[in-house]
Ligand binder design. Structure first.
Ligand code: NAP
Length: 255
């Protein structure tokens, strides 16, 4: 029980396919008490349908990362009901469909601001909210993708958001290190989730990935959840500011 007597705040559970849900299940399996952040009433209904699968009933907290009041109130509730935190999981991203479908050059100013605000600046917002609750040794994990460093077709503005997120991980790690708080990124191979449905030809992306990856397959969502558990737990206590790849060996391959 790696996370016995530990508590975590996991954001980004939309449904049973979410990477955040695989992470929540891994943390729960290892004994963590969890708070799960949800965006609105629609998402709450969908989360409530699956939380019975967890060993310990989680605290469900409304948390919209674009709204400072919502985030402040979420951490107030987490602090009151859960107490201190051993980990924080950022599994949040959003871009308008037209900004993923079209040319990157044509991304609108508002679409660019929206994608970077929800997908990258949100890490600052969550870390600021959680900082006072996090114990020395606590781990923050943010989900990212290879589109941050390579021009992946149709990833467009989300690639720029992931580059900002990964850079933010390093700055936050450098600032929070003195408190013993660690901040790491987890770069996952493509997984069929709700967010992934926003990317046109996602099936082609999965096919190419499986053809080219060293392991000659796609990733299972639980592989990402288990890696996130590692980054949350004391097993990774010597790591901060890193981006760890769990992509079935796609990035290491040449053409
Ligand atoms: P997902 O299940 O759709 O999760 C995305 C989450 O972000 C949803 O729960 C969504 O809530 C939430 N979100 C969007 N706007 C928000 C806001 N303003 N405040 C709070 N939450 C908000 O998809 P996922 O694929 O698991 O995505 C999780 C993370 O993994 C993302 O950072 C994604 O970029 C990353 N990732 C995904 C893949 C992949 O292939 N799937 C690969 C690498 C990295 P609603 O659904 O309720 O809007």
């Amino acid at each position: 029980m790696l996370m016995q007597d530990c508590a975590g705040f996991v954001t980004g559970v939309a449904n049973h396919r979410s990477i955040a849900w695989a992470t929540a299940r891994a943390l729960d399996r290892e004994g963590a008490r969890l708070a799960l952040g949800y965006l609105g009433e629609r998402e709450l209904e969908s989360i409530e349908r699956i939380t019975g699968q967890l060993r310990q009933p989680p605290l469900l907290v409304q948390c919209d990362v674009t709204d400072d009041e919502s985030v402040a109130s979420a951490f107030e509730v987490v602090g009151r009901e859960v107490g201190s935190l051993d980990c924080l999981v950022h599994a949040i991203a959003f871009a308008r469909r037209e900004d993923l479908d079209g040319r990157f050059a044509d991304t609108s100013r508002s679409g660019y601001d929206l994608a970077l605000g929800v997908s990258a600046y949100s890490l600052n917002v969550l870390v600021r909210g959680a900082e006072a609750l996090m114990k020395p040794g606590a781990g923050v994990v943010a989900l990212t993708y290879l589109g941050s460093e390579r021009a992946i077709p149709r990833y467009n503005v989300m690639g720029v958001a992931k580059a900002a997120l990964e850079s933010g991980i390093r700055y936050l790690a450098s600032e929070l290190g003195e408190k013993g708080i660690r901040v790491n990124g987890l770069s996952a191979g493509p997984i069929r989730t709700l967010a992934a449905r926003g990317i046109r030809d996602f099936n082609a992306m999965l096919r190419v990935h499986a053809e080219r990856a060293a392991l000659k397959r796609n990733n299972e969502v639980d592989e990402i959840g288990d890696a996130a558990l590692f980054l949350c737990s004391r097993l990774s206590r010597g790591m901060t500011g890193e981006v760890m790849y769990v992509d079935a060996g796609y990035r290491i391959m040449g053409l």
